[in-house]
Design a protein. Structure first.
Length: 438
């Protein structure tokens, strides 16, 4: 999921949403009505290189849906920087779209608000059945043991992208497979105004994705089994320090990356300024920036040692976009028909090809279009070495407060201030204090 957001506003708004839900406010959970059966409003997330690209991809499909069903879909593509705030405002006001895209890591938080239609067996049957979807994608649709709050739409995973020319110029023949190798390789690449690795130090979500994976590799989960925040364990501290040290100590990330938050690291990569980047499904963005497929390679994201796998071998979070229905929709039957349409085998192939992502629908994922050199490593990661972010109601607040802590540590590194184990732990302690008490 690619997104940034305003930390303070979201933390306060989400707290209000969850408090309202806990006190019996919010949606009644009745599952909407059919008062307006001929129209739907759809908030789509920005998946393409621009909002206009998304409109060009989606509008023909919405027109096709209208021709098939007689239901007109009013489309709004919402930038990632605005999407969660828009959703939370709609949740508290009751004034929102009928159908919307959500980042899959938000599923449990929005589920707790009671504002989204639960996808029970009956609702899944209406779109062809739950068993059509791959397990890894279903694992990021809400709290385990509860009916999902959303349906998987696009799946993604992280990989290491590398610039072939910059590698060849430095005499490097293979991409690194471990973090030690990445640092050693990076030292050869970081010279003459060019840098080894790109990062998005001010992108809170990207910060969380990276340190969650490193946390797994250090044996940390950031939440206890009963859902309590656990940000200051030795593994969590080690994960954050290792990530920030790529700039602070190893000096293979440019100090200016501390301010990056809107895919600037991908632009640097495409312009031969940065040799590597850890990203999710980046091929479509590279193409939009004029980079040929022959100019870059892709490899599994690094691990501490050995090969990627489950547990300490985790090298990606389960990234992706889910599709949800607001509980107070006035066209619940039409909304379910639209979800069925968008998750049909044909549409899944078409849409995921357009965005360079992977269908979470089993039959669509088997199409040869998703067996390319660019997507095969991502499919492998999703199947064998990716883990879902914690499916707890406080997950969005975790992304905000810990993502901000990492952002501040990158700012320290860029300014030449020391980043020590003690300073990392202090930032994480402060972040933990901002979480709601259980």
């Amino acid at each position: 999921m690619r997104r940034i957001r305003a930390a303070a506003v979201i933390t306060v708004t989400l707290s209000l949403v969850l408090t309202a839900a806990a006190c019996g406010g919010g949606s009644s959970g009745a599952g909407g009505s059919n008062e307006q059966p001929k129209t739907l409003t759809y908030w789509a997330s920005n998946q393409g290189a621009s909002l206009e690209v998304d409109k060009k991809v989606l509008q023909p499909e919405l027109d096709k849906f209208e021709k098939e069903t007689g239901i007109k879909v009013k489309l709004e593509v919402v930038p990632w920087g605005d999407l969660l705030n828009r959703i939370l405002t709609a949740t508290t006001s009751g004034q929102g779209p009928d159908v919307l895209n959500i980042g899959n890591t938000w599923s449990a938080s929005l589920q707790a608000s009671g504002a989204l239609l639960p996808w029970d067996a009956k609702n899944f049957d209406a779109i062809g059945g739950k068993d059509r979807f791959v397990d890894s994608a279903l694992g990021s649709t809400g709290v385990e043991g509860k009916d999902p709050a959303a349906v998987p739409l696009y799946s993604m995973a992280y990989a290491l992208y590398y610039n072939k020319k910059m590698f060849a110029d430095a005499g490097i023949k293979q991409p690194p497979t471990t973090w030690d190798e990445l640092v050693t390789t990076g030292e050869k690449l970081s010279k003459d105004g060019k840098w080894a690795l790109g990062a998005e130090g001010s992108n809170l979500s990207n910060n969380i994705h990276q340190i969650f994976v490193l946390g797994k590799q250090h044996g940390a989960d950031f939440f206890t089994a009963d859902g309590k925040a656990d940000f200051t364990s030795d593994g969590a501290v080690a994960a954050v320090k290792q990530y920030v040290d790529l700039m602070a100590k190893d000096k293979i990330i440019a100090p200016g990356n501390a301010e990056y938050a809107q895919n600037q690291s991908l632009s640097d990569f495409a312009k031969d300024k940065t040799a590597m980047v850890l990203w999710q499904t980046a091929s479509a963005t590279f193409k939009s920036q004029g980079m040929e497929e022959s100019e870059w390679g892709i490899a599994p994201a690094p691990v501490q040692s050995g090969k990627p796998g489950q547990g300490t071998g985790t090298n990606s979070m389960v990234a992706g976009i889910n599709m949800a229905v607001f509980n107070n929709t006035k066209n619940v039957d039409g909304a379910k028909k639209f979800v069925k349409f968008m998750t049909s085998d044909q549409e899944q192939i078409l849409l995921n090809k357009a965005y360079g992502s992977i269908p979470p629908v089993k039959a669509a994922q088997e199409d040869e279009a998703f067996s390319t050199f660019a997507l095969s490593p991502l499919r492998e990661a999703l199947a064998t070495s990716a883990a879902a972010l914690p499916q707890v109601p406080e997950e969005s607040q975790f992304e905000t407060v810990v993502g901000t802590a990492v952002k501040e540590l990158f700012a320290d590194a860029a300014a030449g201030r020391p980043v020590t184990t003690e300073s990392v732990k202090a930032k994480l302690e402060k972040a933990q204090q901002q979480m709601p008490k259980k």
